[in-house]
Design a protein around this ligand. Structure first.
Ligand code: MLT
Length: 205
């Protein structure tokens, strides 16, 4: 059976009701974050799609015009496409739609943030590593039941600290409970990020 909309992906069944939606960075693929997902939650199911856009052969979740400058029409379209994929995958794999936690890194974190802002029914929580403000939503969503953890790098050359803070404020403004942590480092993921995100995830129901 093919999922509609279709998307290359991995699904690893877990033993709990939670599913981590793993969203890789630019140039990654559906296998990239599987071990990170297992580290974060050994019992969750893992759903890991590959971004449908290619930039010089590198998979991404949406088009960009330059680094940090997004093609907003494509971003909106791809956000809906990904949300519809998750809904189709939930039916196919018997995923509990109320227990989906996005785990995104860089480009993957940006589309997860976009999904929170445009399709809030999909995610109950999100872990965003090195995310920036993806877009300014036209209508404000009610994210009062959503919890978000953000990990930012103090010397990130791609995401300025002010941009991470702006995203945290945007999500808080919509009612989400947001934890933002700054780690000494750049755009790359650190062990400290993963340890802190894991600890936070354990506090979720
Ligand atoms: C993006 O394009 O989403 C951000 O610039 C991060 C990245 O380089 O992928």
């Amino acid at each position: 059976m093919r999922l509609q909309p279709d998307c290359i992906h991995e699904f690893v069944a877990g033993t709990s009701e939670r599913t981590l939606l793993l969203l890789h960075g630019t140039g990654g693929n559906e296998r990239d974050l599987i071990s990170l997902g297992r580290n974060l939650d050994p019992s969750a199911s893992l759903l890991s799609p590959r971004g449908n856009v290619l930039e010089n052969g590198m998979p991404r979740f949406f088009r960009r015009l330059a680094e940090g400058v997004f093609d907003l029409e494509d971003l909106k379209m791809r956000t809906n496409e990904l949300a519809n994929f998750v809904t189709a995958a939930a039916q196919r794999y018997s995923i509990n739609m109320k227990r989906i936690v996005a785990v995104g890194y860089s480009n993957g974190a940006n589309i997860a943030a976009s999904m929170l802002l445009l399709r809030p029914e999909i995610l109950s929580a999100a872990i965003l590593f090195r995310a920036m403000v993806p877009l300014a939503p036209e209508t404000q969503q009610n994210l009062s039941l959503v919890r978000v953890w953000m990990g930012a790098g103090t010397f990130d050359p791609i995401v300025p600290a002010s941009d991470s803070t702006r995203l945290a404020e945007l999500l808080r403004g919509a009612g989400a409970e947001v934890t933002i942590r700054f780690f000494e480092g750049g755009h790359g993921l650190t062990h400290a990020d993963v340890d802190a995100a894991q600890e936070w995830l354990m506090t979720l129901k």
